[in-house]
Design a protein around this ligand. Structure first.
Ligand SMILES: [Zn+2]
Length: 179
């Protein structure tokens, strides 16, 4: 199996939310295939991300479930009624996920758990604590939908890249108006 690498683009996100974005961006979008398509591909992908794991088919399904829910919930407030369904699912997954924390020199907290789900949930917690969670958005371009980090002051960036997605959407809208 050729190990798929994380899908990254510039500008890169802060290191503490990069894994979360990488995780959301493992979804099959456009010509990119699903990095969690099956246990073999998922294990290869995760080893590329520094996880020494061999995940089972059951675990991959659990990981994919969290990923797809998290993509919809990305950057949203769990108290927002429009997202209530997603967050109930996230909370249910969290309730079933044992997490072990180890506090180490340099104020480093290493998180281990039964699987990747624990690490992802810990990163969501850290992103909410740091205030960066609300800067994570999905690209507004329907055929893109990658997760990106919004560094703008207003936190209203709509596209992961204006050049590749914003322009395309605007050109299509312009054509539609002319037609
Ligand atoms: Zn995009």
């Amino acid at each position: 199996v050729t190990a798929p690498a994380p899908f990254r683009f510039t500008p890169e996100a802060p290191a503490d939310v990069q894994f979360l974005l990488d995780f959301v961006n493992t979804r099959p979008v456009g010509r990119r295939s699903d990095c969690f398509a099956d246990a073999g591909i998922a294990s290869a992908y995760l080893r590329n991300c520094g996880f020494d794991v061999e995940v089972s088919t059951e675990t991959v399904e659990r990981i994919r479930h969290l990923r797809d829910v998290l993509a919809d919930a990305l950057g949203t407030d769990p108290g927002d009624p429009a997202n209530a369904y997603d967050w109930r699912v996230v909370n249910a997954l969290a309730a079933q996920t044992p997490v072990t924390m180890q506090f180490e020199a340099g104020n480093i907290v290493s998180v281990t758990g039964d699987d990747v789900v624990a690490r992802v949930l810990a990163d969501v917690q850290a992103a909410m604590t740091s205030g960066r969670w609300s800067r994570l958005h999905l690209c507004a371009n329907d055929v893109c939908r990658v997760g990106f980090y919004d560094a703008t002051r207003s936190r209203t960036q709509r596209w992961h890249s204006y050049e590749t997605c914003g322009n395309r959407v605007n050109v299509a809208a312009h054509r539609a108006r002319k037609a």
